[in-house]
Design a protein around this ligand. Structure first.
Ligand code: SF4
Length: 351
């Protein structure tokens, strides 16, 4: 079982961001942090959660480091008995707000992995993206985290912006590789609706060659790829559990939960969530929905798909793909050989 806590607050809004996060609702922070424990208690009961059964807790956002560590204490007090002994406990953090005090405070509560929203070490690119931190703040925050004893550190990079050249991306990667990290996520810039970047024709560089070369360079730099956007000598328990369709508790505004064949959707707006953190809409998934999702998730990652789960019709398509070396077969599972083609392959199998 996994758990996810959503922190929908940010210090500023990046130009490309469509996440459920706000930079003008700080006044609700304290109330929000009180309400999440109410929902957590409710979810622990609903999931009938045995003690020590949660293998991974992920605090994401938004920007979890905009909330002082002390305000997480009641949440951790409640969830800690349910965490497995060696559970992965990750928090996302932004360089400008992940101070030494914050990192130390979160480490004391039980966080053992930090994932930094760096995006680039190029000052001009950071400004272009609307990030409110400097390259130096990113270097300092990551170094501090390692010095304070956080062993598993990840950072996010964005590629495919109009400013990107092979040289710029290589420089980002060189700096990332010189840091004490064992995981890296690289995301292609996407132009999302209702963001300042949407409909702009001068912000993205959609070159497939640039993307492929960058992914290749990341792997060459010593970060093996284990999913379309994730690389590292350390593979996140949380990511893998999610792709394997494990049950997960979703805590916070808009944080989706999943149990067997049902998804739970709490209120997305912070105000509505704070008013009633126990409200949820429920979506029932059919066996067919789950099956198709498993194929898409399995092909985007090293999880692969069990041969036994394919229908005879799908199996015919899979055989064609194996013959064309687009899929490999091992231990009664098939694996994708090129994550860039994952959605196309999934559609070919399920058509
Ligand atoms: S810090 Fe992250 S969540 Fe917040 S606005 Fe920027 S990209 Fe979005």
């Amino acid at each position: 079982m996994l758990a996810y806590l959503h922190i929908p607050f940010c210090d500023s809004k990046c130009h490309y961001c469509a996440f459920n996060s706000y930079d003008n609702k700080s006044v609700l922070k304290q109330n929000y942090m009180q309400q999440i424990t109410k929902q957590l208690r409710y979810e622990l009961e609903k999931f009938n959660t045995p003690s020590k059964s949660i293998r991974s807790l992920f605090i994401g956002g938004g920007t979890p480091s905009t909330i002082q560590a002390l305000w997480y204490a009641p949440f951790f007090e409640m969830i800690t008995p349910y965490l497995a002994d060696n559970a992965e406990v990750t928090s996302e953090a932004n360089p400008q707000s992940a101070t030494k005090e914050w990192i130390e405070g979160m480490r004391t509560l039980g966080v053992n992995r930090l994932s930094f929203g760096v995006q680039s070490f190029n000052a001009q690119k950071l400004t272009f993206l609307g990030r409110n931190h400097t390259p130096k703040q990113a270097l300092d925050a990551i170094t501090s985290a390692a010095n304070l004893g956080i062993q598993n550190i990840s950072l996010d990079l964005i590629y495919g912006t109009a400013l990107d050249t092979p040289a710029l991306l290589q420089e980002d990667l060189n700096i990332a590789s010189s840091l004490p990290i064992n995981h890296l996520s690289a995301y292609a810039l996407t132009l999302e609706e209702e963001t300042p970047f949407f409909k702009r024709t001068d912000v993205a560089n959609g070159s497939e060659e640039l993307a492929k070369d960058f992914v290749h360079a990341i792997i060459q730099a010593g970060f093996p790829q284990y999913e379309i956007s994730n690389f590292g000598t350390y593979q996140s328990v949380h990511n893998k559990g999610y792709w394997e369709h494990q049950d997960y508790l979703g805590i916070g505004a808009g944080a989706v939960g999943f149990l067997k064949n049902r998804r739970f959707y709490p209120a997305k707006e912070i105000e509505a969530y704070v008013q009633n953190p126990l409200f949820q809409e429920i979506e029932k998934l059919s066996l067919e929905d789950l099956h198709v999702e498993k194929i898409f998730l399995g092909l985007r990652s090293m999880i692969g798909i069990a041969l036994a789960s394919f229908s005879p019709k799908e199996m015919m398509q899979v055989s064609i793909l194996v013959e064309e070396n687009k899929l490999t077969c091992k231990d009664h599972r098939v694996f994708n050989t090129d994550y860039f083609l994952s959605d196309e392959i999934a559609l070919f199998i399920t058509q």
